[in-house]
Design a protein around this ligand. Structure first.
Ligand SMILES: Cc1ncc(COP(=O)(O)O)c(C=O)c1O
Length: 373
């Protein structure tokens, strides 16, 4: 047996050879700029789609909360940290999602782990889109349920699996994202709901990147009773934490069962207060949503892309070496975008995320820079 440090060294060599080495880079921020290697960059890599992380009212509510309650929440929610601000936030999430109730977790990852492992066991089936997020895959693994995946957004394929396998399992959960995190395309929620009912299944959608962008419908009774909407407060809401929104009995059951809710300290109240203020801004009117859509349409026009409603764009790059070169060229021109490589996505790509906080000039300048890298 190798000693632990040599074991790690060997493993590191292997990941480096496979070009899968991940390194934490050092960043700072000044006003609206991202600082990397002493350069002031415009970020198109953050997921703060409505620019709420730095919104004045959102910052003020976090500061007020720190002044009132201090920094840490000091216990789990079930002990004595279920501050009233949690209830306000959960009511607002349920209002937006048109559900009875919602439950806030420490992160979207923890929400996925908590809800899926509370509901499923070894005799159950999960039928999932091939591109769902890693946290959902980890959650299914933890639950012990059988996982079958359909080709991305291929609902015929999904139905074939359901036709052939559904009856062999006790419970069946269909899983998809609403807006896919690395591709930026949308699931067809109507078809997913139709298949859910037809095959007497349950549905879970991960709305991490779709919050206040996808439309929330009034659902039929079957869907209301069999639907879990999962998401995060760390992207469009600009704060931190995750949630599930669903029927009241389901939420109450999750509170009793989800180990990633029960056995962890509550989020700081400042984070909850900020998320609640941000959500209220999104619920109040459509201004930020409209600004984001204007920016998306402008970028589509500048890039001669087909119009879309999702703020995520992917530019596929054939090799990882080329990806790194193009990324460096963009940094030299003053822009920071994400570099995504396998296994996070099937192919190497630049991932561009737009925000309502970007100016028209910034978007036009990025489109121009992308033409010359
Ligand atoms: C699709 C998707 N689901 C879930 C998560 C997890 O959310 P969080 O960052 O709050 O853990 C993420 C974010 O990384 C995501 O992109």
């Amino acid at each position: 047996m190798l000693d632990l440090t040599n074991f790690a060294k060997e493993k590191l060599k292997k990941v480096a050879k496979e070009k899968k080495l991940r390194i934490l880079k050092n960043f700072s921020e000044k006003e609206d700029k991202l600082i990397y290697k002493k350069q002031n960059l415009i970020s198109f890599a953050h997921n703060d789609y409505f620019g709420l992380a730095k919104h004045d009212l959102v910052k003020k509510s976090a500061i007020r909360s720190i002044n009132q309650y201090g920094v840490g929440a000091k216990s789990s929610r079930l002990v004595c940290a279920n501050n009233v601000i949690y209830q306000k936030l959960e009511n607002n999430i349920a209002r937006l999602k048109k559900t009875d109730q919602a439950v806030v977790f420490g992160s979207g990852y923890m929400a996925a782990i908590g809800v899926i492992s509370s509901l499923l066991k070894k005799d159950d089936l999960v039928v999932a889109d091939k591109l769902i997020h890693a946290c959902l895959l980890d959650a299914v693994k933890l639950s012990g349920a059988k996982l079958l995946r359909f080709k991305h957004n291929d609902y015929k394929y999904c139905e074939n699996i359901l036709q052939q396998k559904r009856r062999k399992y006790q419970n069946c959960l269909i899983v998809s994202e609403t807006i896919f995190s690395m591709d930026g395309d949308l699931a067809n929620l109507e078809i997913l709901k139709h298949l859910t009912k037809k095959y007497q299944s349950w549905l879970l959608t991960d709305d991490a990147h779709g919050l206040a962008i996808v439309k929330y419908q009034d659902n039929s009774d079957y869907i209301k009773n069999n639907y879990i909407q999962l998401g995060t407060l760390s992207k469009g809401v600009g704060s931190d934490g995750g949630y599930v929104a669903a029927s009241s009995p389901l939420c109450d059951y999750i509170i009793s069962q989800a180990r990633s809710l029960i056995y962890t300290t509550a989020l700081p109240y400042a984070v909850i207060a900020a998320a609640n203020q941000a959500l209220e801004l999104l619920l109040e009117n459509n201004q930020l949503q409209q600004k984001l859509q204007n920016n998306i349409q402008l970028f589509c026009k500048e890039m001669t892309f087909k119009s879309q409603i999702s703020p995520i764009f992917k530019i596929i790059i054939p090799s990882i070496d080329e990806l790194e070169i193009k990324h460096q060229k963009l940094v030299a021109k003053g822009f920071y975008v994400s570099m995504i490589r396998p296994p996070t996505s099937p192919t190497a790509r630049l991932r561009i995320s737009l925000s309502a906080a970007h100016t028209e000039q910034e978007i036009k300048a990025l489109a121009q820079a992308l033409k010359y890298i």
